[in-house]
Design a protein around this ligand. Structure first.
Ligand code: FCB
Length: 413
């Protein structure tokens, strides 16, 4: 019997990074110098307000992280706090993030620091945001300031979280600030974000080199979607291929060509069923099947739950010959059993890709705790830890305990 159990077990390597992720605006609270904060007020929508008060409660939250046996933690540094006015850096804000990193280190937790996670300082947004030609230089100035201070204690850097999602939601679909619907604006913002990463990549490496610190590992966190052709016809297949290229590979190809990726940060949530109605470019890249002839579970926001998709994506990443870090993967649900099932099935996909020979260095679940889900507000519950926003109490969910066993043993039973 013991033998059977042994063969059923899935084992991850000893040095694997296990943890969860958050972002500043979604958990810290009172992010009043940012464009999102201003936009929440202007549009009269649900406000981030105090969020999880993580800016004050981070030590207690990291005690939980430790109790949950995570050995890594992804968080983001808020540019609006660090540089509240152009060129004026706030030493108290910098000190805060130094404290955050040392609070992680003293608990034996590897920090994975993100420099941009959707929010910008208000001054930056008012002056054209990412459409402004100066945006990439502005971003790399801020990065230099932060990285100089943290170089000694952070090894993993994510420059920009999901540039493709940020640009499309903010400049093309018009759903996030600055709510533009402009193809030209989208093209400019995308170009500037790519430049921003390239500059930041060189700045970060330069700082480590000058200080004689062992090389950092720098990447973006790239949103990747599993694209599945809805029908077995050439039109659906072509659409799927095109979309994989446009959504998943284009950014990585560019960054790899510029030798500005040390690993690939992957954010994976869902799949898309490509079902183009015509042969035009719009149909080929955008038409989605809305019928239910492919029954699949959905999360509370209606996104397809598709663990096989993570394997498919990782399988296709092998050609880059770079280590991969799952920087986000998670589910919003009010049924915590679903969360564990989601986690387990996605971890199986990760392991399967590793058995094929892909180097995956870690898995960071989205999210450590329930938080402010952007334009969707506080209703979606993504946390391993439940937040009672009235009392700011934290409650560890059952799924978090099951995940803790995996983090501790490296074994998925
Ligand atoms: C990702 C974001 C993250 C969170 C999850 C649900 O696209 O990076 O901040 O909102 O989706």
């Amino acid at each position: 019997m013991a033998g059977m159990v042994y063969f059923d077990m899935i084992r991850f390597p000893k040095e694997f990074l296990w943890g969860a992720a958050t972002s500043a605006h979604q958990v810290e609270g009172n992010n009043s110098g940012s464009d999102w904060w201003e936009w929440e007020r202007l549009t009269g929508r649900e406000r981030s307000g105090e969020a999880c008060r993580h800016y004050e409660l981070y030590e207690r939250d990291f005690d939980l992280v430790k109790d949950l046996r995570h050995n890594a933690h992804r968080f983001s540094i808020e540019w609006a706090r660090i540089e509240p006015e152009e060129g004026k850096f706030d030493p108290a804000a910098l000190k805060h993030y130094l404290d955050v990193v040392s609070a992680l280190r003293t608990r034996g937790i590897e920090p994975v620091a993100t420099l941009h996670h959707f929010t910008n300082p208000s001054w930056f947004a008012r002056d054209g945001g990412w459409e402004n030609e100066k945006s990439s230089a502005r971003f790399s100035c801020y990065c230099a300031f932060v990285v100089r201070a943290l170089a000694g204690s952070v090894r993993y850097w994510i420059t920009i979280n999901e540039p493709s999602i940020y640009v499309s939601h903010s400049y093309l679909f018009g759903v996030w600030p600055p709510q533009k619907k402009s193809l030209w604006g989208t093209i400019k913002a995308e170009k500037n974000m790519i430049r921003a990463h390239l500059k930041a990549y060189r700045v970060i490496h330069g700082i480590y080199r000058e200080a004689g610190i062992p090389k950092p590992a720098v990447s973006i966190a790239h949103h990747m979607i599993a694209v599945v052709p809805c029908k077995k016809n050439p039109k659906s297949r072509l659409a799927a291929r095109l979309r994989r290229k446009i959504f998943n590979e284009r950014y990585l190809d560019t960054l790899k060509r510029h030798q500005a990726l040390d690993f690939i940060g992957v954010n994976y949530y869902s799949r898309q069923l490509a079902d183009p109605r015509g042969w035009g470019p719009r149909s080929l890249v955008a038409d989605i099947c809305r019928e239910n002839h492919h029954p699949v579970k959905k999360n509370a926001l209606g996104w397809d739950i598709y663990p096989e998709g993570l394997y498919d994506i990782l399988y296709r990443l092998a050609k880059y010959r770079l280590p991969v870090l799952i920087a986000e993967n998670g589910i919003c649900t009010n049924d915590d059993r679903e969360r564990w099932e989601f986690l387990r099935e996605h971890l199986k996909s990760v392991h399967r890709a590793m058995e094929d020979g892909l180097e995956v260095i870690g898995y960071l679940h989205w999210s450590l705790m329930d938080n402010f889900e952007w334009d969707k507000g506080f209703a979606p519950r993504f946390g391993l830890v439940e937040i009672d926003y009235g009392t700011q109490t934290r409650k560890i969910r059952e799924s978090a305990k099951r995940y803790a066993e995996v983090c501790e043993t490296g074994i998925l039973a």
